[in-house]
Design a protein around this ligand. Structure first.
Ligand code: ADP
Ligand code: MG
Length: 355
């Protein structure tokens, strides 16, 4: 079942929490809703779940306008950041809860709960209380509790936020598996962009109650719509440039030109250019001349790329560069050495005309 949010606005008093938001979640997709704290992510999920009534706009489940339907009628599974399991109920009763509310016959309840606990490998915990479970186990129970009544839509609000990195990664895999096996459409809130890019079929970036961009992870990563998205995705060098005659020049003397497309409106002036760490190269000699002299400050060789941090003193810039391990070994880099850094690509965003 697809979810369509059309021009939704939600105010709390004078404060606009959602400002003309339109989002599409195709049926069967796992969508990550991404944005800084306070950007309206929870509010948007609550509007979709029917826990908040929008001031304007519509919400469609497939082709049905359900904007005025109660939360009960929407058959949505909801998982919160803080496990929110019922403390006075056993694990079994927690998972059974939504089925009992819907008056499933006892035999079917037993079968369904058993099957779900088996899926998350927690059958032996059935008679225990939530207090006897670890954080990761509680969140697995919260996940199957939400899935028990066979919802068509699963909403998860920072479900792994309170867990450590390893458990988080495990739960991410569970989520992806359930999502695929149980044939649901899922919307999953996170403020962790790496998590979003790792599991989602589609990402939606929210900022101050507005959608900045939505699309496939690769699309958003390779073609960020604006400076906010570029900055938010993180791991990017932001370099001040002088634009002159359609060229983006670095530094006061302007002796390094960045290979960026320059928009007409900033034909002369100052702006920022964005360069991802893998879009810079390090060399021992000033190959091609269009490069910065920089001193190696720190090297992190632990990973599939080697992360090198450098100081380009002439430009007053700290620069992060990712190089392949082979290249790193060939260069035999050491902290304190001076090398040359060459930009291979750069991006400048079209200036915002709203004054
Ligand atoms: P996020 O989940 O992205 O952190 P929220 O959707 O929770 O953001 O909140 C967006 C903004 O709306 C925040 O500034 C928050 O303070 C405000 N807000 C959320 N719920 C309410 C409410 N019930 N009453 C007043 N303000 C609220
Ligand atoms: Mg929130």
């Amino acid at each position: 079942m697809s979810i369509t949010v059309q021009n939704v606005t939600k105010r709390f008093g004078a404060f606009v929490a959602l400002d003309d938001v339109s989002v599409t979640c195709p049926a069967g997709e796992l969508v990550a809703l991404l944005g800084p704290s306070g950007s309206g992510k929870t509010t948007l999920l609550r509007v979709i779940a029917g826990l908040e009534v929008p001031d304007g706009g519509t919400v469609l489940f497939a082709d049905d306008d359900i904007t005025r339907h109660s939360a009960r009628d929407r058959n949505v599974g909801f998982v919160f950041q803080h496990y929110a399991l019922f403390r006075h109920m056993t694990v079994f009763e927690n998972v059974a809860f939504g089925l009992r509310v819907r008056k499933w016959p006892e035999q079917r309840v037993k079968e369904r709960v058993k099957e779900l606990l088996h899926l998350v490998r927690l059958e032996e915990k059935a008679p225990l209380y939530p207090a006897n479970l670890s954080g990761g186990q509680k969140q697995r129970i919260a996940l199957v509790r939400a899935l028990a009544p066979e919802p068509k839509l699963l909403l998860l609000d920072e479900p792994f936020g309170a867990l450590d990195a390893k458990v988080r990664a495990e739960l991410r895999d569970w989520l992806r598996r359930f999502h695929d096996e149980l044939n649901v459409t899922s919307i999953f809130v996170t403020h962790d962009q790496e998590e979003a890019f790792e599991v989602a079929d589609r990402v939606v970036v929210l900022n101050k109650g507005r959608i900045e961009q939505q699309g496939a992870p690769i699309e958003v990563f390779e073609h960020p719509a604006n400076e906010f998205v570029m900055d938010f995705l993180g791991n990017v060098n932001k370099l001040p440039v002088r634009v002159e005659g359609g060229r983006a020049l670095l530094g006061e003397t302007g002796d390094v030109e960045l290979p960026a497309k320059v928009f007409g409106a900033s034909a002369n002036g100052r702006t920022d250019a964005y360069i991802r760490p893998h879009e810079l190269d390090i060399s021992r000699t000033a190959e091609g001349g269009n490069c910065m002299l920089a001193k190696v400050v720190h090297i992190n060789p632990a990973g599939s790329v080697v992360k090198v941090r450098l100081l380009a003193e002439d430009f007053g810039l700290m620069i992060n560069v990712d190089i392949a391990p082979d290249r790193y070994r060939a260069l035999a880099l050491k902290p304190g050495e001076s090398v040359f850094v060459t930009p291979k690509a750069a991006k400048i965003f079209e200036p915002d005309y709203a004054i």
